[in-house]
Design a protein around this ligand. Structure first.
Ligand code: ADP
Length: 190
């Protein structure tokens, strides 16, 4: 079993690389952003609460995303591993993730951060916004707010895993395949 956290600023390629991992390994991909967007599409109470925050580029409350993850990993301890994408984004989320994995007899093996320059991130997100229709991907001010929140609240989460010697970084300025080949070298290696 290998449980991986994909980390990095918005638009750094977490979702793209998670999809490549799922093609190549028997991992379960858990993206809190994808789950929240699904709830928004269905118009559930969680989706309605999340929409206002996501459209402004703010974080959804910790309790909401923690429960999303808890409900999805419960009882699933016989999979090859989980890829956590976009979670944890705060220290509290990281602490809760460790606890819930421990309850299921699991742990995080590695966090990998994708390093990408900020100007590249902004242009990649704006490009994605043309196809995805995501409101939060179409407005440069909202994108800058998400990057600011990443620096203010999320970057510290890396420290949580660095302290546990479960941290690596991969440069993601090149092509999808180049990054995937660098990323693959870390799988099952920690
Ligand atoms: P990106 O990586 O481009 O920011 P995501 O799909 O991961 O895209 O997240 C989109 C939005 O969903 C975030 O800006 C935030 O509002 C919300 N969100 C996703 N995951 C979390 C989380 N773990 N904690 C709080 N909010 C979250």
């Amino acid at each position: 079993m290998f449980n991986l956290v994909l980390f990095g600023p918005p638009g750094s390629g977490k979702g793209t690389q998670a999809a490549k991992l799922v093609e190549n390994y028997n991992f379960v991909h858990l993206s809190t952003g994808d789950v929240l967007r699904e709830e928004m599409r269905k118009g559930t109470p969680v989706g309605l609460e999340a929409k206002t925050l996501i459209d402004r580029g703010e974080l959804v409350p910790d309790e909401v995303v923690i429960e999303i993850i808890r409900s999805r990993i419960k009882g699933l301890n016989n999979v090859e591993g989980f890829i956590f994408d976009g979670f944890p984004r705060t220290t509290r989320q990281a602490e809760e993730l460790d606890k819930m994995l421990e309850e299921e007899g699991m742990a995080i093996d590695l966090m990998i951060t994708f390093d990408v320059d900020e100007d590249v991130i902004i242009s990649r997100i704006l490009e994605r916004g043309k196809d995805s229709g995501r409101a939060d991907d179409q407005n440069p001010e909202i994108i800058k707010n998400r990057i600011k929140i990443y620096h203010d609240q999320t970057v510290v989460v890396a420290h949580h895993y660095r302290k546990q010697n479960k941290y690596a970084s991969v440069n993601n300025m090149g092509t999808i395949d180049e990054t995937f080949s660098k990323l693959s070298k870390h799988i099952y290696k920690n």
